[in-house]
Design a protein around this ligand. Sequence first.
Ligand code: CA
Ligand code: CA
Ligand code: CA
Length: 672
Amino acid sequence: MAARCILALIGIAAACIVTAAGCGTDDLESLTGLEPPTESPFDPSAGPGGAGSTTGGTSGPAGDTGDTGGPAACEDSNKRCPHRFTLADDGYGAVEVIGSFGDEDSWAVGVPMSLDGGTWSVMLGLPWDEAVQYKFVVDGTPTVDPDNADTTPDGAGGENSVLSATTCEQWDCVPEVFGDFDWRDAVIYFVFVDRFENGDTSNDAAIGVQGAADWQGGDWAGVTNKIEEGYFEDLGVNTLWISVPMDNTSDSGLGTDGRDYSAYHAYWPSDLSAPEEHFGTLAELQQLVDTAHDHDLKVLLDYAMNHVHVSSPTYLEHGDWFWPNDNGAGGNCVCGQGCGWDDAEGRRCWFTDYLPDFNFGEQAALDFSTSNAVQWIVDTGVDGFRLDAVKHIEDAWLLELRARVTEEIEPASGRHFYMVGETFTGNAETIAYYVNADMLDGQFDFPLRMEMARTLLTRQGTMAELASFLDANDNRYGAGIMSTFIGNHDIPRVIHLAEDTPLWSDPWTDGKDRAWSNEPPQPGGAAAYERLASAFTILMTTKGAPLIYYGDEIGLAGAGDPDNRRFMVWDNYNSGQLALREHIQRLTAIRAAHPATRRGTRTTLTTGNDVMAYRVEAPGDALIVAINRADTASTVSGIPEGMWRDELTGTSWTGPDVTVPPRAALVLVPES
Ligand SMILES: [Ca+2]
Ligand SMILES: [Ca+2]
Ligand SMILES: [Ca+2]
């Protein structure tokens, strides 16, 4: 079963890799007092907290009813009804359930049940409105359910228990899987190309702005080198998100902080048909993708479709494909200056006066841009897109791209093309609006990130509040595959929120106050790294496609943009950094070994000021996570009775009370 390769874990996390086959209601009250930013900080000049960007932001896009209460919307074939199988104990040693509730393996591979209060039980998702047959396997002997009179011949001289077609008020939604990779198994690593690894010094030309804002030499050849060295496999990620590939301007641009920036971040595209010369040639990008595929890594291209740089030939030749930079009343329509960040104005505003904004209401612009996006897929063979600034574009672009990918890409590739969007907001309804079969597979879960940063890292509020948030968030995006994360390139390095005294107490901070002076040093000691490790424990044991922002695996230091994009550090780590990276390697191996972490239904077991425990369960697998954010050891109760083994350390525990060390977590599986 799934747990077996954990035994090989110590020191060698890569022993388990994910194989193709193997492996509600609005709760924003909990963010009260925080000020969610309203905008996608496309980079770097208009981040949240930048001039004029911090008001409003709670309204959804046109057509959003604002109602996410009740069960998630999905097709009947995607619905699963939670059902708890139970069997009274009679001194049994081990009980499993087998049956027709999962794939064909669910007859062969039993789901372990756990003993609590004299009853063995496990909760599973049953297919919607389909009869299910099952048996219990008690100490190795198959038997019918003594409490269920409904049975049917099993074809082998015995009987199966039967649950007639089940429907329910509160269902889970599961995505369709098309092709040989289930995107619920993705663990994503964001390679910020200019700041990762320099594989070719001949393409390094800086443009002469201050160092942190200039090109620093990272390129596709460098990423390929790191793939070949096995860096990503060792870490246990299986999907790379790489920077926007299109040619960016070589001009500088003025940021809202009054400083000149280069386009090193790649969010100022100019010639949309050409590769960025600082990153390399198209052949080198193809080499990167081919090498990634040889190493069982998927590749997501970042794609920026909202705007181009004012030097772009597309803008110079087709000015009518862009919104005019005025609001029809004689002023300008820069986002936050003359136009708002949201709704119709947010879709047409220019991020700055040098970033013309596409008007995809113009059919020719829509055709051009979606054709360009499709061409990059064809030319590179990438497996998905990370799409920038989603709430700032017309819905038509997403609808058209999804339709074209379905028609032109997937039949040839034979697998689903994953699209994850960025909508930088605390408004879950706005984020959810785009997550559906016709637009995006998922989006980055900003509300989750902010709540984890608030409660677990900066230790404001209680862990019970985090548990309550998770309870409401689990099913919020239906069958969507959200990308869960704790750090990214638009917020200050998260290690500083986890310090004994957080450098910033507001999880939404842009950290710009220390971006250019008094830049934070690399924290010493163990505590900050342990807190960040616990955040990754949650990400790696719950559903979604967890994201690691480059450098966060070593708790890399840095304030707001651009200090949060320091060049990747490859050696001379302190002990806290080494421990964090090793912890993440263990977690990715646990995630690969345990389908319940990727597919499971999560149930909160117990909560307190400083502690939280939950169980994740899926056909064939279940585990329990107990987290303690306090600086002293804490007792966590509510763990089912029986013997448990912590997958992180190998230590054994007996429920219902376990002791979790300071700033740590246990990941418990039944002791066998
Ligand atoms: Ca270079
Ligand atoms: Ca360029
Ligand atoms: Ca726009």
